[in-house]
Design a protein around this ligand. Sequence first.
Ligand code: FES
Length: 129
Amino acid sequence: MDDRGLRNTFSARLKRVAARPEVVPIEFDGQKINVRRGGTLLGAAMKNGVRLMHVCGARTLCATCRVVVESGEDNLTPMRATEKFSLRWHLSVSPRTRLACQARVSGPVEVESVFPHCGELPNESLRGT
Ligand code: FES
């Protein structure tokens, strides 16, 4: 392969990589974080210091990792039967509610957790009074 061919191959590859960046910006409880494309919302939260509850260890049993998708729901993988069943079981039937341990990110999204984070009290007035 001559110089020109090598240059063209390299620039084509650069364009492909630029078109599909592996890092996706998301907003989790108002905190802007970068996550790996294809990773779960729970994994993204844990890697970025967002202490989202996940009592069952991502087995779709507890639904404590529940989040409400504020925007970008099309950038999450479709809901599988086990996730639907779990959300129905826990009476979370809103189409905007997802399990963070199951939803995988493919683009920018904005989510809010349903439960307080680990180690946080839900009401500020309960702290240290
Ligand atoms: S961690 Fe239990 S359902 Fe997601």
